[in-house]
Design a protein around this ligand. Structure first.
Ligand SMILES: *Cc1c(COP(=O)(O)O)cnc(C)c1O
Length: 366
């Protein structure tokens, strides 16, 4: 048997005609830029994320970048985040000229550990970017309390967490802004790159809208400097077709997680979910000291898998100038050596799941 890490064919097949029709509609209208599908999607995502505003942008990465720009964060400023995340989170901090400052993770959830946050705050700190890693929200109450005390912005990197909840609040509505990605492997993916910023802050929403079109308002008059951060109409059109299925897909992932969990809990470390969180399982990440052996065994058994993330950001070559060294964030470093993500996409069959379970059990015994 073969189980891919993600099967976009299985997702595409039942919606193929609708997706192609939606794309045809965009071609027929020729409104490739700023087509009406974008506003329609923004309205739907805002409502879904329990926010007043949603602004479509060119990617999840650009959602983070434009948020930092809208907050006037730049040189001399520091922004705190986790070292256990996709590169973009910290890359964007550097790109606006600010300094990334890392805080270690909670080993249970892999999210930033709020207990360690306050000691990293200086008079230069302007924002904190908690990442809702793998689809589970970070400890937002604690983070928001500290941020408020020190007058910091909170940018939720919710790229992996559309629809996840913290104590009944949707990801993207809990901090000052939420950043989402429609990269094809996220729970809601488009057919290329796309992203969204959500917020309840009218001023930030307005500024982000202006920044995404070169800072121009009215057209060709520039009070501020932005960039080309627009989402394509065609991406919005495709997402609109997929959006009504999102809850069903979340449920499929959650059911798969339960199926795995029941059978793997005594074998490997399974995802730990706080009882007040709604986890949407963008990834199902297990943990074992025999990770490298297990990975080889899964590869040999034709089971797709991935290591998110093999090198924590403080040890990346490009961040050597920050002066971090091995041992600085022991939980993130340990996680990087022990985690492995296995297929969790909603279309997995019971046979496929049983095969994965059998191979994981065998793989850690050898
Ligand atoms: C995917 C992802 C991003 C970047 O999104 P893109 O749309 O690929 O630019 C940022 N942060 C995290 C945590 C992600 O998983």
């Amino acid at each position: 048997m073969k189980v891919p890490m993600l099967d976009l064919n299985a997702q595409y097949e039942p919606i193929k005609e609708d997706v192609l029709q939606a794309m045809r509609d965009v071609f027929d209208s020729k409104r490739f830029i700023n087509g009406p599908q974008i506003a329609e999607l923004e309205e739907k995502i805002a409502e879904y994320c329990q926010c007043k505003y949603a602004i479509g942008v060119s990617s999840g990465t650009d959602a983070i970048l434009i948020s930092l720009m809208a907050m006037n964060i730049g040189q001399e400023d520091e922004v705190i985040t986790t070292p256990f995340t996709f590169f973009a989170t910290a890359g964007c901090i550097y790109r606006v000229g600010a300094k990334p400052v890392f805080v270690d993770i909670d080993p249970k959830t892999y999210n930033i550990n709020p207990v360690l946050l306050e000691e990293k705050i200086t008079e230069r700190t302007k924002a904190v970017i908690p990442v809702h890693i793998f689809g589970q929200t970070a400890e937002m109450d604690k983070i928001n309390t500290i941020a408020k005390k020190h007058n910091l912005y909170v940018i939720e990197d919710a790229a992996q967490a559309i629809g996840s909840e913290y104590k009944g609040k949707r990801a993207g509505s809990i901090g000052d802004v939420g950043c989402f990605s429609f990269f094809p492997s996220k729970n809601l993916g488009c057919c290329g790159d796309g992203g969204m910023v959500t917020t309840n802050n009218e001023e930030l929403a307005e500024k982000i809208k202006i920044l995404r079109a070169h800072g121009s308002k009215p057209k060709y008059y520039h009070k501020i400097i932005g960039g080309n951060f627009r989402i394509d109409t065609i991406q919005a059109a495709v997402i609109l077709v997929k959006f009504p299925l999102l809850e069903k897909w979340h449920k499929g992932r959650q059911d798969n997680a339960e199926y795995y969990g029941d059978r793997l809990m005594d074998v490997v470390g399974i995802p730990y979910v706080e009882n007040y969180n709604r986890m949407i399982y963008n990834q199902y990440t297990i943990r074992t000291e025999n990770r490298d052996k297990l990975q080889k065994y899964l590869n040999d058994s034709n089971i797709g898998n991935a290591i998110y993330y093999p090198v924590p950001l403080h040890l990346q070559e490009c961040f050597a100038y920050l002066g971090y060294k091995e041992g600085d964030f022991s939980e993130a470093e340990k996680a990087a050596k022990e985690v492995i993500s296995i297929p969790i996409y909603p279309e997995l069959t019971d046979e496929q799941k049983d095969y994965v379970i059998e191979k994981v059990i065998n793989g850690i015994r050898i």
